[in-house]
Design a protein around this ligand. Structure first.
Ligand code: FAD
Length: 362
């Protein structure tokens, strides 16, 4: 059978253009993400951080868990009418959104505006990438179910959520885990006799997942919260005691991502830097693509990424890395010379401390 090719991207790329090359730092937590509560100095603190390369994906599911924890707490603290959320990334904004369900007055504190956060830099595939969950499979399954439902309900509603096929050269652990933990949530992967692209001759796979465009999602969540009278307070916290003395609310939801490494003195937090090359948008590309790196065509850019620099905590993009990312994907389409992968820092960064590494395959 002849497979019709899907459109080939235009790989024209000028890394010196403003915004053509960006970098963000994944808030990775050894062991697993943190989603629990503690009481300190009569403040009830709910922690929601450490989601690695899957924060967009898990956000609404974790937010629902946060809402449930706070709801239970209110039973023993009747009369509490307010809650503080720390962080304007995707975890903070989604938690704040669902906390409104409890009729609480929500105030958000952060040192960055939503579009300046790590969340705004994410590629946006809905997949369980670079996050550990050993021993928490049941909880993760519930989080995935809720998150997927919340995102699906927002398709076509101005939140930047789209359904997309993802074509991969090898099975994607990050999507297979969804199929394993929550059968039927997304369709089973299909094997293909060859990937349907120019210059591709080998077997491959196609998954059906979501693409969530972070800049659109975050701006819309912020607008919704503004409309509900949620106050945003610009504040940089120096320490945990700074939080406890500055924030007047007795319930505090901590969604500070990598900030928890110092703010909560969490030694399990590890930065993992990722760089992204941003090509001009190409609306004809209605698919995601992964092969030792990924390409997510969004409405603002065609995003090419897949670098993992463990332990590196800076947001400085490197134009040569971005150039190499584009050249790598272009080479797979026969549009650039093939280079060794080691040239572009695309590798599994995980070493001994990590128990069940989610392979960054796409
Ligand atoms: C290159 C790259 C690609 C990615 N691709 C994907 C993807 O395709 N799919 C996916 O699901 N995820 C992806 N991710 C992961 C995702 O971006 C993160 O998991 C997510 O952004 C974490 O959200 P967060 O709200 O916890 O943290 P952040 O977005 O970092 O927000 C933290 C908030 O806390 C505030 N804060 C922190 N410290 C302090 C302090 N001391 N005082 C005051 N405020 C503070 C900050 O101002 C900010 O508002 C990617 C990440 C990177 C870097």
């Amino acid at each position: 059978m002849v497979t019709t090719n899907l459109p080939t991207p235009d790989f024209t790329f000028d890394p010196s253009q403003l915004g053509a090359c960006t970098a963000g730092v994944r808030p990775y937590r050894n062991g697993s993400y943190r989603l629990d509560a503690e009481t300190i100095s009569q403040k009830f603190i709910v922690h929601n951080y450490g989601h690695g390369g899957a924060g967009i994906t898990l956000s609404f599911g974790c937010a629902a868990k946060v809402r449930d924890i706070v709801k239970d707490h209110l039973v023993s603290s009747p009369g509490t009418t307010e809650v503080a959320v720390l962080g304007t990334g995707v975890m903070g904004l989604t938690a704040a959104t669902l906390l409104l369900d409890l009729g609480l007055k929500v105030t958000i504190y952060a040192d960055r505006a939503p579009l300046q956060t790590t969340s705004a830099k994410a590629g946006g595939q809905w997949a369980v990438s670079v996050v550990e969950y050993a021993g928490k499979e049941g909880e993760l399954a519930e989080i995935l179910k809720t998150a997927h439902r919340e995102f699906k309900n927002r398709i076509g509603q101005g939140y930047g959520v789209l359904e997309r096929p993802n074509y991969t050269a090898t099975p994607s652990e990050n999507l297979d885990v969804v199929i394993k933990l929550v059968p039927g949530l997304i369709p089973a992967r299909q094997s293909l006799s060859r990937l349907p692209f120019e210059h591709h001759t080998k077997r491959g796979f196609v998954y059906r997942t979501l693409l969530v465009e972070p800049p659109i999602l975050l701006a819309r969540l912020k607008a919704d919260l503004d409309n509900h009278g949620v106050a945003f307070v610009s504040k940089s916290f120096a320490s945990r005691s700074d939080v406890l003395t500055y924030v007047p609310q007795s319930i505090i939801v901590n969604c500070t991502g990598l900030g928890s490494m110092t703010l909560w003195s969490d030694p399990k937090m590890t930065p993992i830097k990722g760089q992204l090359a941003m090509l001009p948008p190409q609306p004809a590309l209605q698919y995601l693509y992964g092969q030792n790196g990924y390409m997510f065509p969004r409405s603002d850019h065609v995003v090419i990424g897949g670098t993992f620099e463990a332990g590196v905590n800076n947001e400085r993009p490197n134009k040569a890395v971005c150039r190499s990312l584009v050249d790598h994907i272009a080479s797979l389409f026969g549009r650039a010379a093939v280079k060794p992968l080691s040239d572009i820092h695309i590798h599994n960064p995980f070493h001994a401390p990590i128990v069940n590494p989610r392979v960054p395959d796409v």
